[in-house]
Design a binder for this molecule. Structure first.
Ligand SMILES: Nc1ncnc2c1ncn2[C@@H]1O[C@H](COP(=O)(O)OP(=O)(O)OP(=O)(O)O)[C@@H](O)[C@H]1O
Length: 341
């Protein structure tokens, strides 16, 4: 769906607000020029004054809805100069202005090639926006599951998957270092992992879970990514992030979607199983080779590497939190898969 970001979809909310409104967004404010006390909405841009676009550009640009996720609607916005950003219009933000701004400031400081950059944010009574870099090659989810079974499908090689896992693990490790080692992602999944210019994985959507209402219980139960211990509390931790990351590793290896892996337990009346339980079952029966994505069938020479990755994934999805590895260990283990060749 293509729309004009300011005039159509967000009409009356951002651009058309009249002067009597309590929160008129006026201009982008750069991080190092942040002395304009605005009545309401205030847009903060990270990275100095060399902005590629300003608010007017953003609002008058064509916007395409990329999807509606748990936290709101995501738009791809292409400026007149053809630069592209992703704008997330957040719903159900529970954080007040101060907390929202503090969180965004902290996220905006994170600079790492495997973490999607927060470029700007905006807070007003009616609208909260987060602006991120746009990743042209789509998400890992699209790469793994898009066009399966059709001629349009571009297979994903083991090398490509290994790079994605390596980058994403490094990105998550960087995130966990944030806020003096207290930062949590809270929504690690393949649709939030992208490819950087070197085709390493890169983690997107950082900083959102702490400012939003917690994910619905049903989402935690059915997404396939959430650790069992957070179903009730819905409070993510470093170790629940590691669990989710482990599910991503299993997804990379099997090509199966965690939300609907389509696997059943023959010994228990053909019951549907989640991805982690199914893999544990298969591995216990010594049929390890059978879990790997058929798309990698011709790559049997690297099956040992896949088995190593499988062990790492299984360690991450350990049912007991205290037995899961720290993300820094996961990074090392994944890097060692190739270096020990
Ligand atoms: N920075 C980005 N670059 C490219 N595509 C993106 C970017 N951010 C999100 N997307 C894509 O936009 C779509 C919608 O994303 P959104 O985050 O709203 O939902 P989701 O990832 O499906 O679920 P959730 O809200 O739980 O993260 C997804 O296909 C996602 O991969």
């Amino acid at each position: 769906m293509i729309t004009c970001f300011g005039k159509a979809r967000l009409s009356g909310k951002l651009r058309k607000r009249d002067s009597s409104s309590s929160s008129p967004p006026r201009n982008w404010t750069s991080r190092d020029d942040d002395n304009t006390e605005e009545e309401g909405g205030k847009i903060i841009f990270f990275g100095g004054k060399n902005h590629l676009f300003d608010l007017d550009d953003l609002l008058s640009s064509s916007a395409q809805v990329l999807g509606k996720g748990a936290f709101g609607t995501t738009y791809k916005v292409t400026m007149e100069d053809m630069s592209t950003v992703v704008v997330k219009r957040l719903k159900e933000v529970v954080a007040g202005r101060r907390e929202f701004e503090q969180q965004m400031e902290m996220i905006g400081m994170i600079r790492h090639e495997n973490v999607a950059k927060l470029k700007a944010y905006y807070y007003s009574k009616d609208d909260k926006l987060a602006v991120y870099s746009y990743y042209t090659q789509g998400s890992l989810s699209q790469m793994l599951h898009g066009n399966r079974g059709t001629y349009d499908r571009v297979p994903l090689s083991w090398d490509a998957r290994l790079r994605i896992a390596t980058g994403a693990a490094r990105g998550l490790a960087k995130i966990h270092e944030g806020n003096n080692g207290r930062l949590i992602h809270g929504n690690i999944k393949s649709s939030n992992i992208f490819l950087d210019s070197q085709r390493y994985g890169c983690i997107g959507d950082i900083g959102l879970t702490t400012i939003m209402r917690s994910l619905p219980r049903r989402t935690c139960l059915t997404s396939g990514y959430h650790a069992p211990e957070i179903t009730d509390t819905r409070r993510s931790t470093h170790s629940s992030d590691v669990y989710s990351f482990g599910v991503v590793l299993l997804e990379l290896l099997t090509g199966k979607s965690p939300a609907s892996p389509g696997v059943t337990d023959a010994e228990h009346g053909g019951e549907n199983m989640d991805l982690a339980s199914w893999i544990r079952n298969v591995v216990a029966k010594d049929w390890t080779g059978e879990v790997f994505d058929m798309e990698m069938l011709s790559e049997s020479s690297v099956e040992d590497e896949m088995v190593e990755m499988l062990q790492i994934g299984l360690a991450c999805v350990g049912v007991k939190q205290q037995e899961r590895p720290h993300i820094a260990q996961v990074v090392k283990l994944i890097q060692d898969i190739r270096s020990t060749e």
